[in-house]
Design a protein around this ligand. Structure first.
Ligand SMILES: [Zn+2]
Length: 287
């Protein structure tokens, strides 16, 4: 992996279409023209992308120095009690990697599991066990050179994926790198992710448990998110003044720690605009 911090959107924002673009094939050149260098393609609702189109997006991404990441389907659940359903989840992760390779990317973001009727510990144990089995299957197909599976920190209490859990799960294999979704983490903390020290606490734990490489090159999702008593409710954009988190305190820690993550903005409909704003905040910091 290269030593470069990158900013970009998840998907195509409204301005992309307003400026006359129609297809994701045009996204890499458009993002470059805006000064961005990352792009997350979502298979959250399934695999509707054609192989041929994925290939073309991948070539465009390479040409424009846009690093693509993919988001695996939302319906993956490694803690599903049915082995048959778990097997389906394995295949969705494998298929996400297949597309990731076509898109010339490196990181596949995955929501690992939901607690369901199990208690937390049972769900965690099952997730870990299934993750081992899934990785065995993956290594039968790919050697995972420059390919990473990035389990994401989740925003609802019943989902598996507190930052402690994700950091712990990422210790089990070299190809697992965390996705820190700081919007989600702020929902779980009920709005208490505020200062640089709050961010340091999370990243320090990652450095301690996962080491330099995985932490410096982690994947980051950043957006403001409205929350309620069960956690995440709705993605907002940077115009919102009520809910957090704010990027500036994180930006200064990223700079201080010389980190080189890919930072993907998932703001509601303005993810490229807000990614540009994050890049500006980061670039103007004098540390
Ligand atoms: Zn996600």
């Amino acid at each position: 992996m290269e030593n470069k911090i990158r900013f970009g959107p998840a998907g195509n924002e409204e301005l992309f279409y307003l400026e006359g673009n129609k297809s994701s094939k045009q996204a890499p050149a458009w993002l470059r023209s805006k000064g961005l260098s990352a792009y997350e393609y979502s298979f959250g609702r399934g695999f509707t992308l054609k192989t041929e189109t994925a290939n073309e997006i991948g070539l465009e991404a390479e040409k424009n120095d846009i690093l693509v990441s993919v988001h695996a389907p939302y319906y993956i659940n490694l803690a599903n009690e049915s082995d048959e359903m778990a097997e389906k989840s394995f295949n969705y992760i494998i298929k996400s990697l297949e597309f990731l390779k076509l898109l010339k990317g490196q990181k596949a973001v995955v929501h690992l599991a939901s607690q369901g009727k199990l208690n937390r510990l049972q769900a965690l144990e099952l997730t870990k066990k299934r993750l081992f089995t899934c990785l065995e299957k993956i290594y039968d197909i790919y050697d995972m050179t420059n390919l990473y599976i990035c389990p994401e920190t989740m925003g609802k209490y019943l989902q598996i994926g507190s930052y402690n859990e994700i950091i712990d799960l990422c210790t089990i294999d070299r190809c697992l790198i965390p996705t820190f979704d700081f919007g989600h983490i702020n929902c779980i903390l009920q709005g208490k992710l505020k200062t640089s020290d709050d961010y340091r606490k999370i990243l320090d734990l990652a450095f301690e448990k996962l080491g330099d490489f995985k932490t410096k090159n982690c994947h980051i999702h950043f957006s403001k998110i409205q929350f309620g008593e069960k956690g995440e409710l709705r993605h907002l954009n940077f115009d919102d003044l009520e809910y957090g988190p704010e990027f500036l305190p994180l930006a200064s820690v990223l700079k201080e720690y010389k980190m080189t993550p890919t930072i993907i903005c998932e703001s509601a409909s303005k993810m490229a605009k807000d990614a540009i704003m994050m890049k500006e905040i980061y670039s103007t910091l004098n540390i």
